[in-house]
Ligand binder design. Structure first.
Ligand SMILES: C[S@@+](CC[C@H](N)C(=O)[O-])C[C@H]1O[C@@H](n2cnc3c(N)ncnc32)[C@H](O)[C@@H]1O
Length: 322
């Protein structure tokens, strides 16, 4: 009954507010692409933060720090997000059910629209299991991820965030402005394509004798295969056995989407482009296993997103152990 009522409110409201929704889309796109370009910061990191903000306001996952950061950052617009999502939010609040976006897909039935939400949930689950056994937590290509400022803070690990200097400096500045305490986080500027990760980590207080969880979320697809392999190899050689990497790897067919004319044009604003993917169209489990085995790591928990699709999954979230 409530669901029917929520549709009766939602449909006319969505039609009425469509022009405002379009203003919201333009506002978000302008901030994400043009302002990020001006600041020299990653726009894809904003895409993730917007997804996390959405999860928070739709009661999927609490992220107070993410909400504060999104409100403060100059290269996103929470007003724009509200303009786009308000009818869906109201529908959710009336019925208590998710519809269209955001939604909670069944495992293997995820679509690209569910990417940030599904990926975040699977990764949270893996981290929650691994972190109790670790002493350090390293976020690689951290962007505007806020795991270090939420519930994980009480799990007794030392935090390191690694990213390119432009995005990292902006995050540090705006965490301060948003009143999110970051004194417990070691910020380590690194370019994966140019620097040696462990040299930089060690000079920032990383202890090579301590078991570590490395989170590498939403990054492999922007790197070359050579740089992805270099990172896996370096972690495999330098982190102590029992350490893990939690990462997502994308299917070739997903990477091709980002190489389309529109995808390329959007990402070119911030010099980001899609690059590395694996051929997940057939025998995807063995494709992943042999890639990871070739870097002397072991595959643990895996979530093949879109695995029920005839074309194979569009991505996998997985735990790789050293
Ligand atoms: C899509 S964002 C993901 C951010 C974050 N992991 C999250 O899930 O919220 C990609 C991040 O990878 C970083 N990145 C991309 N290429 C990099 C490189 N060569 N070296 C270091 N960081 C890189 C970007 O600066 C950006 O913060």
């Amino acid at each position: 009954m409530l669901n029917l009522f929520s549709f009766l409110i939602f449909i006319p409201l969505q039609i009425l507010l469509l022009p405002l929704g379009l203003v919201g889309v333009v506002l978000i796109a302008y901030k994400q692409m043009v302002v990020s370009n001006r600041l020299g910061s990653s726009q894809t990191a904003i895409e993730v933060l917007n997804g996390r903000w959405t999860m928070h306001v739709f009661d999927i996952r609490l992220d107070d720090a993410g909400v504060k950061l999104a409100r403060a950052l100059p290269n996103t617009s929470t007003a724009g997000l509200w303009l786009v999502l308000f009818p869906l939010w109201l529908k959710y609040k009336i019925s208590g059910r998710y519809f269209a976006y955001p939604k909670l897909p069944k495992e293997a039935e995820e679509t690209v629209v569910d990417l940030i939400i599904a990926r975040t949930i699977y990764i949270d689950r893996i981290i929650d299991r691994l972190v109790g056994d670790a002493e350090q937590f390293v976020v690689l290509g951290a962007g505007y991820d806020t795991r270090a400022y939420g519930a994980l803070k009480s799990r007794g690990v030392s935090f390191f965030e690694v990213d390119q200097i432009e995005t990292q400096s902006l995050k540090m500045k705006w965490l301060g402005k948003a009143n999110v305490a970051a004194g417990h986080v070691n910020f380590v500027p690194v370019n994966f394509a140019e620097d040696t990760l462990f040299d930089e980590l060690k000079s920032s207080g990383y202890d090579a004798a301590k078991k570590t969880v490395f989170l590498w979320e939403g990054v492999t697809l922007y790197l070359s295969e050579c740089d992805v392999r270099k990172m896996f190899r370096e972690i495999g050689m330098c982190a102590i056995p029992g350490s893990s990497i939690v990462a997502d790897i994308y299917a070739d067919r997903f990477v091709q989407l980002g190489k389309s004319k529109a995808g390329k044009k959007t990402l070119e604003f911030t010099d980001e482009g899609l690059n590395f993917g694996l051929p997940f169209d057939t025998a995807y489990e063995s494709v992943l296993n042999s890639f990871i085995a070739s870097e002397n790591l072991n595959v643990g928990e895996t979530h093949f997103m879109g695995g029920a699709n005839k074309k194979g999954p569009f991505a996998v979230v997985s735990e790789f152990t050293v």
